[in-house]
Write a protein that binds this ligand. Structure first.
Ligand code: NIG
Length: 403
């Protein structure tokens, strides 16, 4: 692999500090105002104000533009089939998200489309979305299953995610969202998930993170706790969708169970935010969801000020966040969650990578994987300021220019 030298960039190194970043550390982008980055064998070989080696025909002159780590989108449901356009029109006429779900639509309508699709079809749809993500600067992405609601269909989704990831230049991290909704009798569904799906998951995907949606009309707190305790016994860490519409008490249980993250948090009470701030679990905010559904947002400012390990993601999915754009998520987090642009950038690079246990990325430091993006702008605040465009001029993944 050829080496690559990028000169004259405003470099956001995101420095070295303890992981995850919390509080004021979220605002430290570790800026080198004008510097160079040398990439060799897919890794960052040097970074500094002036790397003293000769230019080659492959040297890229950044001309003062921002060079930063590729985005790490740590919460998506980007593997799906079908569309939710008819439901979206209902929603525009005022029908709430949970009402559509309880009437057998929402997640269930995507479940029907996913079951009717082959693994190859699912992988092809996901691959198209992954390519769009890459063009927008996302080089690492978590993708959940959750539209199967049966052992067979959940495993089909996970295999499709693995399949789509195979020759994608970035990294895809699958998560088994086994408790996304339920069909038929709830207790029987939970029992089947725990006694049938979980053992199969362990066999096919050992150690994979397990997730659930704790909400009225979806999974109860008790069922989530049972699922996560059984999953932990089999070596699966957990993450959980909490407090999206209703605060049911799952957040405290998740902290007790040492969940890797609690995601959504739009309806989280102050006292729970304070507990999260003192815990080791990450808080993941998903502002594209409030923008698309009902204008409610997680209180990012309070999360930062109480010391939470904050991460920011798109939540890319057909129902509540039909977007794959991290710059759009940043723009919304700054406008509606009270983050500064720097905090938002840290939350979707270094912190999101740490959440996913991928500490070889999310920073620009010697020895780390060279997943970098060159923005069209000379000031990173433009990422948050600009709406609806693609601020990314160049994407470098594993040391190769891929877009
Ligand atoms: O995180 N709320 C649960 N899951 C997704 C939405 C999935 C869907 O509506 O298809 C979310 O918002």
């Amino acid at each position: 692999m050829k080496s690559l030298l990028i000169r004259n960039a405003r470099i956001l190194t995101l420095g070295s500090s303890e992981l995850p970043r919390r509080g004021a550390e979220l605002r430290d982008l570790g800026v080198i105002p004008q510097g160079d980055v040398l990439i060799e064998a897919g890794r960052i070989a040097a970074v500094g104000p002036n790397i003293n080696i000769p230019d080659t025909p492959d040297t890229i002159n950044a001309a003062g533009r921002v060079l930063m780590p590729g985005f790490v989108d740590c919460h998506t449901h980007a593997c799906w089939a079908g569309d939710r356009l008819a439901e979206w029109e209902m929603k525009l006429r005022g029908v709430p998200y949970l009402e559509i779900l309880q009437a057998g639509g929402g997640i269930h309508s995507t479940v029907r489309a996913v079951r009717a699709s082959s693994e190859t079809q699912l992988a092809a749809g996901l691959r198209t979305r992954l390519d769009a993500m890459l063009r927008g600067g996302t080089t690492t992405v978590e993708v959940k299953s959750g539209y199967g609601l049966s052992t067979e269909a959940e495993l089909k989704m996970l295999l499709a995610i693995r399949h789509a990831a195979r020759d994608w230049p970035g990294l895809v991290i699958p998560t088994a969202l086994l408790g996304h909704a339920y069909e038929g009798d709830f207790e029987e569904f939970v029992e089947r998930t725990i006694t049938e799906t979980l053992p199969q998951l362990r066999y096919e995907f050992p150690g994979l993170t397990v997730d659930a949606f704790c909400e009225k009309g979806a999974w109860t707190v008790d069922a989530c706790v049972r699922l996560f305790e059984e999953a932990a016994r089999r070596g699966h860490p957990c993450r959980v969708h909490v407090d999206q519409f209703n605060s049911l008490g799952m957040l405290r249980e998740a902290l007790r169970l040492e969940a890797r993250s609690v995601d959504h948090l739009e309806a989280t009470a102050d006292a729970d935010i304070a507990l999260l701030g003192q815990s080791r679990s990450y808080g993941v905010i998903l502002p594209c969801t409030g923008f698309h559904t009902d204008g409610r947002y997680a209180r990012g400012r309070t999360l930062v000020d109480t010391g939470a390990a904050l991460a920011l993601a798109t939540n890319c999915n057909p129902g509540s966040a039909p977007t794959h754009s991290m710059p759009f998520a940043i723009a919304l987090a700054v406008r509606h969650c009270g983050l500064t642009p720097a905090e938002a950038i840290t939350a979707c690079t270094i912190n999101a990578a740490a959440l996913l246990h991928r500490n070889d990325r999310g920073r620009i430091e010697r020895g780390l994987r060279a997943d970098l993006i060159l923005l069209a702008h000379k000031d990173e605040r433009q990422l948050a300021y600009e709406l609806g465009g693609n601020p990314v001029d160049l994407v470098i993944c594993g040391g190769r220019v891929v877009g």
